[in-house]
Ligand binder design. Structure first.
Ligand code: NAG
Ligand code: NAG
Ligand code: NAG
Length: 272
């Protein structure tokens, strides 16, 4: 007798290479860039989204040249109409390997940071934090979820995975973070609400609290001399973007019976 357990073929994944959309790439030296590279290595086509077109095109070309498939989608801002047009463009994109695209994973990594004492925070700072940390991700989530709803279940029983990059400020306010933490708390609340509402539709939503400094060109430039060497080489005091990306891939690969909504990541020696 043949065994009666039939492993269902990963129908959707086998015929159409999935697309990862990453919003918030900066100059691709941080979390967004590392995630795009890692997913590209794992067979995803990557749609790179940011406001600086030059950085985006460089990052897309680099992924392309190392055997991946990437396309750059610059946006002027993260408003509802811009993000609606963005997802239309991603869906219509003619990927060289195969035109048909299925958006399976979306990462919101864009962020608007404000680090000021409360009495120095201006109305503009507050509005920018609300735009960057609340309105933008609401619009992005809406379009990602609408795209996922069109997908068949994949081999792990999912239609799609929506990931959010959080920060220490997602769960803790502090002396210079009133405007930033208010935005990051809201982003976490959004992700939790979406996890509850769309889990039932087989859409996985997860939030990652990055509780420590991340090694990027920018953070490295804030250190000098020996301190810079230490920050670069000491795995105990900062997070590597590549390691965060590994966690995002892990979240994306979870099957429906044991989904993580939230994880937190910090270097071993973080003094929290
Ligand atoms: C990536 O490579 C494809 C050909 O495989 C090309 O059509 C596309 O323009 C390239 N994109 C970038 C940003 O280099
Ligand atoms: C991506 O997320 C990290 C962690 O919150 C943040 O430091 C970085 O600025 C984000 N990238 C962009 C382009 O906003
Ligand atoms: C990325 O941007 C930072 C400043 O935010 C800069 O220090 C660094 O040199 C840039 N790296 C690349 C590869 O463009």
């Amino acid at each position: 007798m043949l065994p009666t357990v039939i492993r269902r073929a990963p129908a959707a994944m086998a015929s159409v290479r999935p697309v990862l959309v990453v919003a918030g790439i900066g100059n691709a030296t941080g979390t967004g860039g590392a995630t795009a590279r890692l997913f590209a290595k794992h067979g995803y086509r990557v749609a790179l989204v940011a406001r600086n077109a030059d950085h985006l095109n460089n990052a897309a070309a680099e992924i392309n040249n190392s055997g991946g498939e990437a396309a750059a989608f610059p946006v002027k801002s993260y408003t509802y109409p811009e993000i609606n047009a963005l997802f239309k463009a991603i869906r219509a994109h003619n990927w060289p390997s195969q035109a048909k695209a299925e958006i399976r994973v979306a990462l919101w990594n864009a962020s608007h940071g404000v680090w000021k004492n409360f009495l120095d925070v201006t109305e503009e700072d507050v509005r920018d934090s609300v735009e960057g940390n609340i309105v933008g991700p609401f619009a992005f989530s809406r379009e990602a979820i609408l795209a996922f709803k069109e997908n068949e279940l994949d081999d792990r029983g999912r239609r799609g995975t929506l990931l959010f990059t959080g920060a220490t400020a997602s769960i803790r306010g502090n002396v210079v973070t009133s405007a930033f933490a208010a935005g990051k708390h809201a982003l976490r609340a959004l992700s939790q609400s979406l996890a509850k509402e769309f889990g039932k539709q087989n859409i996985h939503v997860a939030h990652a609290i990055i509780d420590g400094g991340i090694l990027t060109d920018r953070s490295l430039s804030r250190h000098e001399g020996d301190a810079q060497k230490e920050y670069k080489n000491n795995l105990d005091i900062r997070l590597s973007p590549e390691s965060i990306a590994e966690s995002y891939l892990y979240l994306t690969n979870q099957d429906r019976s044991a989904w993580t909504w939230e994880l937190d990541l910090r270097p071993a020696h973080e003094k929290w």
